[in-house]
Design a protein around this ligand. Sequence first.
Ligand code: GDG
Length: 467
Amino acid sequence: MNRLIVISNRVSPPMGDGPGNQGGLAVALSAALRESSGIWFGWSGEETEAFTGHINFQRSYGVTTATVDLEAQDVEEYYNGYANCTLWPLFHNRVDLAEFERGFAGGYERVNDRLAETVAPLIEESDLVWVHDYHLMLLGRNLRTRGVKNRIGFFLHIPWPPARLLESLPGHGELFDAMLDYDVIGFQSENWRESFIRYVQTHTDATIDQDGTITLGERRTRIVVCPIGIDFAEFHEAANGQTAREFYERMQRSANGRTMIVGVDRLDYSKGLPERFLGYERLLASRPDLHGQLFLLQIAPPSREQVRTYQQIRATLDSLSGRINGEFADAEWVPLRYINKGYPRDALAGIYRASRIGLITPLCDGMNLVAKEYVAAQDPDDPGVLILSQFAGAARQLTDALIVNPYSPDELAEAIDRALQMDLKERRDRWRSMMESIRNEDVRWWQACFTKALAGGQHEPLPEDRP
Ligand code: GDG
């Protein structure tokens, strides 16, 4: 077996095998790294005065992590700047929020190069190198210029934007060209793969084979779709564990017979939170008979708090939630419980289970794992209903959710009403069908799907050749 070198912006060292200890991605990558005696390399999250390239190696639970500190200017330009103020909004259809600063682009190039220079000596001849996400799109190119000839793959966790949007990015041609130095590029959904192919067709002379291999000059890059899944076994265990049960019971007591709707999202403008609140407000305005009968619990832990657009979305939601509660609440009932803090994973599992409806309505999302976690946490005898945005990558797999257009408050209100009325048989039928894909296409399947393509093996098609 080839050794695997995983490179991502941040590294999550494994924390043992207890349920609910870490996210699915960390679990899957840790398992793969353990089996292959590989290394997980990335930024430590710490700042230093001047970049030294000093690597801090750690070994825990059979996995070696290798991290480096970045200097403050790097963090500002590469991470807060280009990654989160330029690429993130642009790749989530928010060109209006994107900032195109040469300083950011320069910082991004510099950090990708520094990370490549630091990791290159760790790479041995037969290693497979797997680079993750939009922070590190140039890293493959930087490794190539340092003579690394290994198979190098890249997985994009977020959407690939339509060509017309990407054209607004200064230097998009160079960024794209650098990506063809990867041997394999993986996307979460066919939608994002199609956008990428369209860019290739409109901006390059490359040829594209039937099996999705792009050839430009000497370079050949295989394009694959590998939707990420959750760690089903771990989540199932968490959902049936002590903490989850405690939270389930606490929520039941606190709901006091009222129907609970849940949303869980990082506080991010791509997640459609204002639109979700407006849809819920529309329901409350049009259905006074529901007042006092239900409530929406929105858990939204703050993220990227240094970035101005994230401070703005937080202020928008503060005001919107205040308005909705001000308008509809009474002495005994608060329609919207809006919370800016995170919960442990196993507590979340109990909260999901206590919720009759999972309301997951991003405006644009590479995949969305919360939707899968919500379904996996349900009671098989009495499962809740998932309402899911058509613009989440997950909508291509979870076709038995109630699929909605998150921009339409009327559609959101109607979907909540339909979910409230859905009989047990329909809830069970929809839940069973969604569980099949969540169980089969879990995070280990995803990791195997990508690494097989990276190793040069046949790419595994989705079950039933689902697009
Ligand atoms: C990116 C892409 C893609 C959330 N709140 C709490 C908490 N979470 C956990 C969830 C879930 C994870 O964070 C969020 O994952 P998502 O997939 O929903 O969204 P992003 O963070 O935007 O992730 C996305 C993903 O990468 C993987 O490829 O699916 O499209 O944008 O696991 O449960 N976890 C805990 N407490 C919280 O309050 N413990």
